[in-house]
Design a protein around this ligand. Sequence first.
Ligand code: HEC
Length: 287
Amino acid sequence: MRKKFNYFFMIISLILISNGFAQTTTAAPKPDFPPSYYDIVALFLIAIIIIGFITIVYFEGRKVVVNDERVLQKQPSAFAKFRRAITKTTPVETENELLLNHDYDGIRELDSQIPPWFLWLFYLTIAFAVFYMLDYHVFNSSPLQDEEYQMQVKQAEAERTALVKSGAFLNEESVTLLTDPAAVDAGKQIFEANCVACHAADGGGLVGPNLTDDYWIHGGGIKNIFKTIKYGVTAKGMISWQSQLNPKQIQDVASYIISIHGTKPANPKQPEGTIWKESDSTMVVSK
Ligand code: HEC
């Protein structure tokens, strides 16, 4: 009997300890929000243990019908023994022996023993506390709250940097002019692949307006050009590019367009729109 009992707790301790080791072996433990796989497993086990205990403690046996009468069927012996072991208590008949001497206005106290199942739960919490302390405060293998927070901040910053790099935050308000050759060259590739049919290879204009002169229909400067490319002027034959080019690509091609300002195209189209000066670099509100 005792053997079986020990076996049960050995398995549970093994699971808890292996859980701890699994966490210590990962080089940089991940912050546990959302809770990690191990946290969920541990919580699940604890819930099962508690529910199991309660079920066993309160289980009385199955009711079966014998000769038209519902009677309590005897529990299978191994289960009954186990149940008795964890609910061991003094029988009501001998309870008198446990009576303590003192008497408070007629209320007398029984010195009954604590139910073993309750004790075991208590021991389990002690074991957990030891394990917890070793894990968090001696071997420092799991991060404390502050460390966890720092790790989350670091991760969020890394994610943000990656997003900024990918241009996810770029819009007509935040876009800036790029002048580094790599970006301008990338913009040139995009221009040659998508825009030359209407704006000519040198930007002099065909169906679309000349992009190299000082005149802009929808405003010059990186922000306005970005906006025109992003949303297009569909009524006039300039499509919206935001479904085909990502914000970074629009920034590149807009920067390229600004880089060819003032060049002399072979067949420049007549100026359209109004003169744009970079000094009044506010955005043109209406199209
Ligand atoms: C199908 C033809 C067509 C293509 C392709 C095209 N555009 Fe246009 N684009 C136009 C037309 C037409 C206009 C003028 C719209 C208007 O009159 O309001 C225009 C206007 C513009 C303007 C605004 C010019 C101004 O004076 O305000 C920019 C900037 C521009 N296009 C950039 C591009 C870029 C970059 C591409 C390629 C990614 C591109 N366009 C592809 C037809 C085109």
